[in-house]
Every structure is written in C-alpha cells, then in structure tokens.
Design a protein around this ligand. Sequence first.
Ligand code: SAJ
Length: 412
Amino acid sequence: KNICVVGLGYIGLPTASVLADHGYLVHGVDVRPDVIEIINRGEIHIHEPHLGELVNKVVSQNKLKASTEPCEADVFFICVPTPINEDKTPDLSYVEAASKAIQPYVRAGNIVILESTSPPRTTQDVVVQNAIPEDLEVGKDVYVAYCPERVLPGRILIEVVENDRIVGGVTTACTDKVVEFYKSFVTGAVLPTDAISAEITKLTENAFRDVNIAFANELSILADKLGADVFEVIKLANRHPRVNILTPGPGVGGHCISVDPWFLVHACTGATPLIKTAREVNDMKPHYVVQQIIEAANRFDNPTIACLGLAYKADVDDFRESPSTEIATMLTESGVGVVLACDPYANSNNLPGLNLCTLQESIQKADILVLLTDHRQFLELSPEDRYGKTVIDPRGAWSSTKASRVGINNAA
Ligand code: SAJ
C-alpha cells in the first residue's frame, strides 16, 4: 500500500516514519520547503527521542520521501495543526487547505483519515466536503474516518504504536475499512465508533486533564495565600484511596491541552462552564507566578532573576503556548531586575527577546532562581547550587515533599 501523509510535524512525521518502518511506501507532504529538504536528507526538524534514527533509516531505505505536493495513494492522512484564533475559536484553515490539496489525487477505493485534533463535525463538514471528489460516494467508493492522535510528546514513537486507537468512520463501512488498516501497525486495541463520538472523545480526554490540572493550580494559589505547602497537602490527600490530584505548575502549555478544551466550549455555547473556567484558571496561573516573583524581587535592589526552563514541559523542545516562556517574557518586560532565561533547547531564533544564557551563568549570577520547566538538567543540580538564593519552584520539582512528582508520573 502507498500512503500519503499531509503535515510533517509532531504527529505526521512520527506516523509517516512508523508506517514506512512497517513496510508501507510513504510520501510525506509539508508546505515548508526547508522541512522537506531536512527530511529528505534523513534528518529531522523537531526534537523527539529516537525519531532522528528512525527517519534516517526509512529515508535511506527509500520508504519515506517528502515533498511539498501530495501524490496518488491508497491511504491519505491529514495531520496538520488546528490552532485557535485570538477569540479562542478554532482555526480550521489548515485542515481545509490539506483536504483541498489531496482532492485531485483521491480515487475510488482510497481511505482518507483525519488525525488532527478537531471540533465536532470537522470530518464531515471540512474533510468530506473538500477532500472527496463529487463523483465518489463516501462509504461506498471512498472511506473517511476521524482517528485522533493521542501521543504524548517525549514518548511519541512508543505511543503511536502501543496506545489504544479510536476509529470514527463517517459510515460503518468507513469504520470497518479503517479499523482493519490501523490494526496493521498498532499493537493497542483499535476501537470502532462514529466520527462525531471520536471527535468529542479526543477533546474530552484533554479537557479532563485540563480541568484536573486547574484544580491543582487553584489549590496552589489557595495554599500560597494561607501560607501552606501545597505539595504537602496534595501528598497527604492522595493517600486517600479515591483521590488523585495532579501537580500544580506555572500554568498549562503546549498546543493541545491549552487549546483543545476551547473546541468543546465553542461547540455548544453555555453548556461548558466548568471546562471554560478551568481554561481561565490555568491561563491565569502564569500571572500569579509573576506576581510571586516580583514580590520576592522587591526585597532586593536590582536583583538578577534566572528563569530555568522555557519549554512547555520537561525534556521537550516545544515552546508553543508555554507558560514558562510567558513568565520569563512578562518578567523581562516588567523591568523588575536583570532577567536571565535558560533552557537547553532554546536559541535566539526560537525565543527572541529573552536574555538567554547558560545554566552555569544563571547559577553564578542569580539572586532569585525560578524553576519553571523541570528539565532533567535542572533536577540534577545539587542543593549547593541553590544555596543562599531565593528559590521559587511552582512545580515543586525541588521540593523535599516529593509529592510534586505525582502528576508527572501520571503523565508518563
Ligand atoms: N501539567 C501540569 N501538571 C500536571 C501535568 C501536566 O501542570 O500534573 C502541564 C505540563 O507542564 C504542560 C501541560 O500541563 O504545560 C500539558 O502537558 P501534558 O503532559 O499533560 O500533555 P501534552 O500536552 O504534552 O499531551 C497531551 C496528552 N493528553 C492527555 O494526557 C490526556 C497526549 O496524550 C495527547 O496526545 C496530546 O495532549 C495531544 O496531542 O492532544
């Protein structure tokens, strides 16, 4: 079988290379010529464990080839971004453009799969409308399904194969065909359903996590105001057999959990006050952390503040919607002191406007050390490195109560 994967980012590229490694001939498509060139050299443009080796292997075996144009294939994957607009409404322009781009190549017998996280009805209203030629009948001539990606950045290559998958066909014939196809490379269960249930299920998973993190973040503010250690409280509460609170942090980032719940909120006006409030609580948390830092800074005369970690979570190179970056930027703009920013994955191209420096320089110069993203390098620091400095640690990663790791363990 020939496969065409449109969108070679965090989902499309791992999916394309895993399929190629399972014997399929894969044609990857991306609008960025620089990305195409990098992949065709057998290299990658993102950071994800083991992905570089796999891409190198399948490109050198001629099983994966990238191009800016789609081609004819048996199976088409759409793995493009679905961001939100300024007003938090979904921006489906990439799904629409990808659907239109494959339409001239879709033939009878083909499968078209949408993997991008999308609002309810996108598979029918955007993909079927734009990707399927008028003379082909869905469920009879061509098969269309929504199969949400569920992989955790940092574990993508494992989860793309091992996670249970949901296949929501536009008709039951579509579901059956696409289930059979996923079973050829997925070891987890492949669960059949309809398109709208699959769309809502994906959004529900991320909204569930967002609401639970918001609960932890709300608790952290309450505890801070009352002078208690939130990590101690969570550690103790989690010893109840039916309580499992996640970990507070500087806020919620990444392009999934901080975005997807809005798709549910906008799908049904007024029906989701809890999901909407959770989003607002998590979006407010970086501002609260900035206030905490400014209060600490005001006890010094022109202090040096080092922000450790800018990525949205530990050990990834993704700065999209990162509360850590937001905090470092707000502090820099506040003029509260000299603000240094340190992240092993940062450079001035992906993070303009910040005073980037090494970990060693941060430790040497800082009066106030703020641990924003718990990258491995920062957890390995010894307590002596922090000695004599004011420490602000919203994730509790350096906290001696250790409860801070509970949520992260849940994540992995
Ligand atoms: N976070 C906390 N406290 C926690 C757990 C996470 O503050 O206890 C923060 C993280 O620091 C980060 C954000 O939440 O800023 C999101 O991180 P995450 O690890 O929870 O999730 P993502 O965005 O990396 O990946 C999620 C996953 N969804 C779920 O776990 C339900 C993943 O399986 C999805 O495939 C992915 O979204 C996606 O693409 O939708």
